[in-house]
Design a protein around this ligand. Structure first.
Ligand SMILES: O=C(O)CCC(=O)C(=O)O
Ligand SMILES: [Fe+2]
Length: 336
């Protein structure tokens, strides 16, 4: 972990196991703790989830074998145009570009998996179909598809549970978000930050400063690795705590808009190792971005209106909002 940043004081660690029990007071306390974390920093580290250790470990190991393949082999799975599913090489995007900050591309490659079940008339409707494409499965390594599908399903379920906890934290019925996320187009971004053999360009990071676009992100950094930082209200970059068997959760722009900025979509980044211009250490992480239904309209929740009943943001449709962000992040020119 980089040594030059202060240890985390802002991001709380919250055990969510009460959600799976029937102790009403414990569930209410959990919802209040999550509300506080989302209000103060927009990030929390959760324990007590149900995503198994073997699944997490096996998926990390399989991904590592994929990223070790030759560039030519990996390029066989690169998507066309703005399709997300498939392999994205190092230099193909820069997250800070989405914040209109001209920076060199991020030092990472990734393999994106999308929603598993896209059968049915809804998903083929031209209005939303751009958000739903079949997954692309590499010939190797063995087990990639089975593990990728199992991991996707596990975090999809956890994200749904987190949205239910969010609803409780916002004084809404637990099921409030269900019909806004039942046709989600969530992306599982399996990330690999290669060892750095040459010095980065000025302003070039492993992942540039950005907010996430969807309603929430479930992030699983490789066990024991740091590098992820949040921008605090005090205006400082702070390390996110590294906690065994946890997920890092942060809210994205959709949740900030739903809550009228009562909950904050916080800037974050992944830094190079402190002071080092080259490094032989790689870093892996797995991010699940919950993107609500593409045709869901995100408007201020009744429980989050300004004192005068108003709202900061005009209603926005999820699909076009996220597509516009991605067009900036993946703009041509960002390619190395
Ligand atoms: O790799 C990480 O730890 C964070 C990545 C991230 O913030 C993102 O891809 O949106
Ligand atoms: Fe992010």
């Amino acid at each position: 972990m980089p040594q030059t940043q202060s240890p985390s004081a802002s991001v709380p660690v919250i055990d969510i196991s009460a959600f799976y029990g029937d102790d009403a007071a414990a569930r209410a306390a959990l919802a209040a703790a999550v509300d506080r974390a989302c209000t103060e920093i927009g990030f929390l580290v959760i324990t007590g989830h149900r995503v198994g250790a073997a699944l997490r470990g096996d998926w990390f190991a399989t991904l590592k074998r994929f990223f070790a393949l030759s560039e030519a082999e990996k390029a066989r799975y690169a998507p066309q145009g703005m399709v997300r599913q498939g392999y994205h090489r190092v230099g193909s995007s820069g997250l800070a570009l989405g914040e209109d900050k001209e920076t060199p591309p991020d030092l990472r490659e990734y393999y994106m998996l999308g929603r598993l079940d896209i059968d049915g008339a809804y998903f083929a409707d031209p209005v939303v179909a751009d958000n739903f494409h079949p997954n692309v499965w590499p010939d190797a390594p063995e087990g990639f598809r089975a593990l990728g599908e199992a991991y996707y399903a596990a975090v999809e379920a956890l994200a749904r549970d987190m949205m239910a906890i969010f609803a409780l934290g916002l004084d809404l019925p637990e099921t409030y978000f269900d019909d806004k996320i039942d046709r989600h187009f969530s992306i599982l971004s399996n990330l690999y930050y290669p060892p750095q053999k040459v010095a980065p360009l000025p302003g070039q990071l492993r992942a540039g400063a950005h907010t996430d676009f969807g309603s929430l992100t479930l992030l699983l950094p490789e066990p024991g690795t740091g590098g992820l930082q949040v921008f605090t209200k005090a205006g400082e970059w702070e390390d996110v705590p590294v906690v065994p068997d946890s997920f890092v959760i942060n809210i994205g722009d959709m949740m900030a808009r739903w809550t009228n900025d009562r909950w904050v979509s916080t800037l974050h980044r992944v830094v190079n190792e402190a002071g080092a211009t080259i490094s032989d250490k790689s870093r892996q992480s797995i991010a699940y971005f919950l993107h609500p239904n593409p045709d869901a309209v995100i408007a201020c929740l009744d429980t989050c209106r300004d004192a005068d009943g108003g709202a900061k943001y005009a209603p926005v449709e999820v699909g076009p909002y996220i597509a516009a962000k991605e067009a900036k992040v993946r703009k041509p020119g960002a390619a190395a």
